[in-house]
Write a protein that binds this ligand. Structure first.
Ligand SMILES: C[S@@+](CC[C@H](N)C(=O)[O-])C[C@H]1O[C@@H](n2cnc3c(N)ncnc32)[C@H](O)[C@@H]1O
Length: 190
């Protein structure tokens, strides 16, 4: 079974934190995602499956859902925590080929636990371009960042990329009771 601290020791950049995200942060990101009537939802980097569990509780039966997670131990963990969830062991960059496999042109909502602010500029750009192309018109992309990274270069670049690839950006209040405190970005495509 995956353990955040152990996985962080082995893959610090990919894992990003030593503890799973709080219920409060998970609830906020799912509420902002507004998925109660979505046709297709995708999760990137589910980690230990906290968001996945709530996504499954908040989508109707008709909604198609799958997740892409690069770390096999987290894939196993999320599948065990959320039986029936489709969790593929793969890089989020391959999102479009999974949409195709599911006979989907687009999805309405992408929820991400990927550690965007510590990724290289090139990877941030590739991922956001892939995400925008995967979303339907009116689609939304949700991710979060930690307060201590608010003024980092990575977060500034991320905001610039939101401006370049998306049409509207909403920022949530800070969830102080998350460890570390965090806030959510919801970027929309027209
Ligand atoms: C901060 S953790 C997710 C935290 C999650 N919300 C939780 O509570 O466990 C980031 C996750 O993204 C995964 N990840 C990082 N880069 C990835 C990539 N390019 N494709 C897919 N998954 C990736 C990591 O393996 C890790 O599970």
């Amino acid at each position: 079974m995956a353990n955040h601290l152990l996985e962080w020791i082995k893959h610090p950049v990919l894992t990003s934190t030593i503890v799973p995200d709080s219920k409060r942060l998970s609830r906020l990101i799912i509420k902002m995602a507004d998925i109660s009537d979505a046709d297709a939802v995708v999760e990137l980097g589910p980690g230990s499956g906290g968001f996945t569990e709530l996504i499954l509780q908040n989508i109707p039966k008709k909604t198609k859902f799958f997740a892409l997670e690069i770390n096999p131990r987290f894939v196993k963990h999320t599948k065990k925590r959320c039986p029936g969830a489709l969790v593929y062991e793969d890089n989020a960059l391959n999102l479009k080929s999974y949409l195709k496999e599911h006979r989907l042109k687009h999805c309405d909502c992408i929820i991400s636990g990927l550690p965007f602010t510590i990724l290289s500029y090139e990877l941030q750009e590739q991922l956001l371009k892939t995400i925008r192309e995967a979303l339907s018109p009116g689609g939304r992309f949700l991710t979060y960042t930690y307060v201590h990274r608010m003024n980092s270069k990575g977060n500034k670049r991320l905001r610039q990329l939101f401006e370049k690839h998306f049409d509207k950006l909403e920022t949530s209040p800070i969830v102080w009771k998350n460890v570390p405190p965090a806030y959510v970005y919801c970027a929309r495509k027209k």
